[in-house]
Design a protein around this ligand. Structure first.
Ligand code: PAF
Length: 256
């Protein structure tokens, strides 16, 4: 493994590879990242991985993506130049991904299970910068962040970037919880409880696949009425392309 200390060094190493496959990360590497790197190896003669803790992905709300502290230190020591390149302020506005509701609709969107729109714009901006630095032929992203893959694919298509986006399967712990750096934020009690989310989603998916009707329900119950252990408040059904709420003509299928 080589650690590059600037863009020129990286270009010098990658220029001889006919196919460069790229795995962007925010550090705190785990088995999920390693599986993406194995996929990258299948698609490229050279594999580049970046560690950049995107400060644009940190924010004041609880829904913002935040990667636990140790990775920040890793990133600071091992890829400071990537951070410098990516954090540099620009006079150009962030990339504005299609299919993500603008400010007025954002709160509603989030309330229905979407990732905040501003966050996705910031992810796109940083991914664009990383793509320009690395100039990969293939980039590998985890299916765990499904919305992210959709939006990056859309960006690549719309800006005619010659990069193939490959999606890697989610790697799970034995109890079903998807591996994620952010799991480190869970308390032992929350960690024990977390796999129930996956099991619940699987049960719902199986029920729908088995023909169970999806019906519109009213708002989530008020907080005080919720049990101490979490329960499903609502499910948002999205179309595959723009992640918008589908309203098929002549169908009784609805969001619930
Ligand atoms: O998925 C991630 O880890 C981040 O969103 C990414 C793609 C590295 C951009 O900061």
């Amino acid at each position: 493994m080589l650690i590059c200390h600037n863009a020129e060094e990286l270009a010098a190493h990658t220029k001889d590879y006919p196919q460069v496959a790229f795995v962007p990360t925010m550090g705190s590497l785990h088995e999920g990242h390693l599986s993406l790197m194995r996929i990258a190896r299948e698609h490229g003669s050279g594999v580049v991985a970046s560690i950049f803790v995107n400060r644009l992905q940190f924010g004041p709300t609880r829904t913002s993506i935040a990667t636990p502290g140790p990775s920040r230190r890793t990133a600071a020591s091992s890829s400071r130049w990537v951070s410098t390149c990516c954090s540099r302020p620009t006079s150009t506005r962030c990339i504005d991904p299609a299919g993500v509701p603008r400010a007025a609709a954002a709160a509603r969107h989030r309330a229905r299970g979407g990732v905040p729109a501003g966050l996705l714009r910031r992810v796109c901006t940083v991914v664009l910068k990383l793509f320009n630095l690395v100039q990969p032929d293939v980039a590998v992203f985890g299916k765990k962040d499904r919305q992210q893959i959709k939006i990056v694919r859309g960006m690549v298509q719309q800006f005619n970037m010659p990069i193939r986006i490959v999606a890697g399967e989610t790697v799970r712990a034995d109890d079903g919880l998807a591996l994620a750096s952010r799991n480190a934020y869970l308390t032992p009690a929350e960690r024990a409880e977390a796999p129930r989310l996956y099991r619940t989603l699987r049960d719902i998916a199986d029920a729908i696949a088995g023909g169970a009707p999806i019906t519109r329900t009213s708002r989530p119950p008020p907080r005080r009425a919720r049990p101490r252990r979490w329960s499903v408040d609502y499910i948002a059904v999205r179309n595959g392309l723009g992640l918008r709420i589908p309203h098929p003509k002549g169908s009784t299928t609805r969001t619930c």
